[in-house]
Structure formats: C-alpha cells, structure tokens
Design a protein. Structure first.
Length: 290
C-alpha cells in the first residue's frame, strides 16, 4: 500500500527533478507551487515505481491525486493509486489533467472514469514578446497604464534577494485582503523559505523609498516561465501594468511563453487575465472513478 508524507523544503531537489524531466507547462509542475500550497491543500507525496505521486485535499472537498510524474508503468502506478483511494473508502479522483494526460488516462482505463473541465484551474499562457512590447490596439489600455507609471513616478526596478526578503514579506502582509486566509498561509510559506527557492527570481518597483509592486516567478521548462506572485499598491497608478511588463522584459525575454497561472474562478481576476490577451488557455480536467 502506498505511503504518503508531508512535503518539506529538503524534498525540493527530488521533486523538481521529476518535474524537470517531463517539461510540463502547467503551473502545478514545480516544487514551488506544491510547497507553498501544501498546508492549504494538504499536499503529500511519495516516490513509487519511477513516478512522483502527489495527493491533495482542500478542506472538506474530496481528496484527489495529481497525475503521476515520471516514466515507467503508468497504468500500474495509477492502479496503485486506485487501490490506495478505494482502501480508504474513496473513489480515485485525478486532477488537474491536461489534454495530453487526460488522453492517456482515457486510453489506459476506457470507461473507468468520468471527466469534466475545471475551468477555474486552467492556466493563462501568453507570448513573452506580447507582454513586453504591448503592441497594437488590443494592448492600448495596458500601454497607457505603463506609460502613466513611467511618466508620473521616479521609480527604480530592483531584483529581490533573500537577505532583504523580510520587507517584501511585510509589504505582502499589508496588501493582502485580511479574509484571504489561504493566500496568507501560502505566502508565508513562500517568503519564509525564499532562500531555498534558488531557481526563483523576484523583482520590485520602488518609488521614493516605498514599495510600489513586487513579483516572483521561475523558469518552468525550456520555453516557459511561470509567475507565482504579483502584487501592487494601486495608489501608484499603473503599478500592476509596470511590474508585469518590466519583469518579463528584464528576466524572461529569452523565453517564448509566460504562464500567469489560473483565475481560481474569481470573475475580476478572470477579466484581468483575459485583458492581457492570452495566446491560449491551458485547459485542465478532472477524472473521477466510476
């Protein structure tokens, strides 16, 4: 029977090694995402038959397994997941699945699962050059916001390093909605362990000694960066547009795609992500054992 354990910072190297081999583009496919949300979603992991296996459960929702990451007998390891879930009186739920991984499950287990799209979890994928250049009529408003920030403020773009992370953590705590308990837990996990995320980059905009905006991300695969965090003080006009454009320009211009993660079903966040005109939305699905 499978035995899962809590993720610790010491597990970074082994977990990242599995994700890097597969080269997935979804935002879950990195240690950072798994670690910072581990306490909110009760994420656990084990290594079995050449696969990284992860499970999660959000509050009182049904537990689920992530799609196995690795190489080997995929059918056999999914059967082990099924046995583990069924032994605990649960149906196996696998999510999020991409089009490619959904097809694998369908082919290996015909008629054994039902499927549904989980739109709130789908990632927004952009061309890096679009976010940098903001060309054309479709980006007219974004370009105006960026230019407003540049023309209004005497600002400095700075990289964020571990030895100064405390002040940016304080900025995050001050700007978060007090009711966003889950997000605060995740952000505490991120900032308190930032020195260990050596493949992450951070940047900030400073105006007259004040933090106007911060952002963090990492390279996800050979051509894609994922943006984990982006927060701005909207008292500084255009601060969101500025940190968005400058971070990609300064740190990720050598890559083709930028993954700005999901909208979590929040309408305002969905509008904001759509306003940057994604080149496509990375659809995600859920498989439920019949």
């Amino acid at each position: 029977m499978l035995k899962f354990k809590e993720i610790t910072i010491e597990d970074k190297e082994i977990i990242d090694s599995y994700f890097k081999k597969m080269g997935y583009q979804n935002s879950e496919a990195c240690f950072t995402t798994m670690f910072i949300w581990k306490d909110v979603v009760n994420i656990r992991f084990t290594i079995e038959d050449g696969f990284l296996l992860l499970t999660g459960q959000y509050k009182n929702h049904p537990p689920y397994a992530y799609f196995p990451t690795g190489e080997g007998d995929l059918k056999g390891v999914i059967e082990k997941l099924m046995e583990y879930f069924n032994h605990n009186g649960k149906k196996l739920v696998i999510k999020p699945l991409l089009d490619s991984t959904k097809k694998m499950v369908e082919e290996l287990f015909p008629g054994k699962f039902s499927y549904r799209e989980i739109r709130y979890s789908s990632d927004y994928i952009y061309l890096a050059e679009d976010l940098i250049n903001l060309k054309g009529k479709k980006y007219h408003a974004k370009k105006n916001h960026l230019n407003k920030f540049i023309s209004t403020y005497d600002y400095e773009y700075v990289n964020i390093y571990p030895d100064e992370i405390k002040k940016y953590h304080e900025f995050m705590n001050n700007i978060l909605d007090p009711d966003s308990i889950d997000e605060k837990i995740a952000m505490d996990n991120y900032f308190n362990n930032y020195s260990h995320f050596d493949n992450n980059k951070g940047a900030a905009l400073i105006v007259n000694g004040q933090i106007a905006a911060i952002t963090f991300g990492e390279q996800l695969n050979s051509d894609t960066a994922v943006i984990h965090i982006e927060k701005a003080n909207t008292d500084f006009q255009g601060s969101y547009a500025a940190i968005n454009q400058m971070f990609v320009k300064n740190e990720w211009a050598h890559l083709k795609y930028i993954n700005r993660e999901e909208d979590m079903g929040i309408e305002g966040l969905r509008r904001a992500k759509m306003s940057y005109r994604p080149i496509y939305i990375l659809d995600k699905y859920e498989a439920v054992q019949i």
